[in-house]
Write a new protein. Structure first.
Length: 294
């Protein structure tokens, strides 16, 4: 009987991380390894499978047909490995975990987080509240939530940590004609009512550029903002998280809109020393953020 080849999960994680992040230099930084160590792992993987997995593509690397096949299998193997480890580590974890997060994540990152957490910790009861960042921070400080993922840097708030930085983009219809077509009329702007970090950033950028603007639509719902943009009422400023495929990121250079800054993302904790259930939810949430925000 032919001897079976056992693929190294550690090497597979490097392989998957490199292509998820776009290059192996970033994978080396994420995984805490030198680039030479990453290269050694890739050579080992090629030797194990016996066929080339990557090929030159301009200045970078691209997957071969075999590499594309392996990438799919590798992701499934790593997901199963991580699920098994989560389950064994958290088999006896019980209690409650209460999470708050903005609308941006409710239909994008949240399903994956909840699915992974519930499989690993079936004895934990989880409660989720979707709201704007301000109320979520208040509820966490009052102890009504255990964790809250919110827009902001978390400065001057106890038990908060900055976990990511995401670019703010102008979003609208691909056929939005741009500032020059307005002939001096105000930029039609779609936004939440204040306080809103995205609204403040966009207004500051427009004012600095000397561009007049007018609020044409406001809504407490993110889907409402995107619906107004889809209808062609104007442009909004958000991250691309959960952006509908019918909308596009508008290039400041071609539209005449000012460049926008990035927005920090912070995780707030009700307690400095959370319960095991809350700590496990935090771990899974942070892993999802790192994967999705790169």
């Amino acid at each position: 009987m032919a001897r079976r080849t056992n693929l190294d999960l550690d090497v597979l994680r490097t392989f998957v991380t490199g292509f998820e992040l776009g290059n192996f230099a970033r994978a080396a930084e994420r995984l805490g390894r030198s680039q030479s160590a990453i290269s050694t792992q890739l050579r080992k993987l090629k030797d194990q499978v016996g066929v080339p997995l990557v090929q030159k593509s301009g200045r970078g690397l691209a997957l071969t047909t075999a590499g594309e096949s392996l990438l799919g299998y590798a992701k499934r193997m790593l997901d199963l490995n991580d699920e098994a480890v989560d389950c064994l580590r958290g088999a006896d974890v019980e209690g409650w975990a209460r999470l708050g997060l903005p609308q941006d994540f409710a239909e994008s990152w949240l399903p994956a987080v909840l699915a992974r957490f519930s499989r690993a910790h079936p004895k934990v009861r989880i409660e989720v509240q979707v709201d704007r960042s301000g109320p979520l921070v208040e509820k966490t400080m009052k102890g009504e939530l255990d964790l809250a993922l919110v827009w902001g840097d978390g400065l001057n708030v106890p038990h908060a940590e900055r976990v990511a930085e995401l670019p703010i983009c102008w979003i609208g219809r691909a056929d939005w004609p741009g500032v020059p077509s307005l002939a001096g009329e105000p930029v039609p702007f779609i936004a939440f009512a204040p306080p809103c970090a995205f609204r403040s950033a966009a207004v500051a950028a427009l004012d600095k550029a000397g561009l007049p603007w007018r609020l044409v639509f406001t809504s407490p719902s993110l889907s409402g903002l995107f619906a107004a943009a889809e209808a062609g009422l104007g442009v909004t400023a958000r991250t691309t998280i959960h952006m509908p495929k019918s909308l596009s990121v508008l290039d400041p250079k071609s539209t005449g809109l000012p460049a926008l800054p990035s927005v920090p993302l912070a995780l707030h904790h009700a307690e400095a020393d959370p319960s095991p259930a809350v700590a496990r939810l935090k771990d899974i949430l942070l892993q999802t953020i790192r994967t999705q925000s790169d």
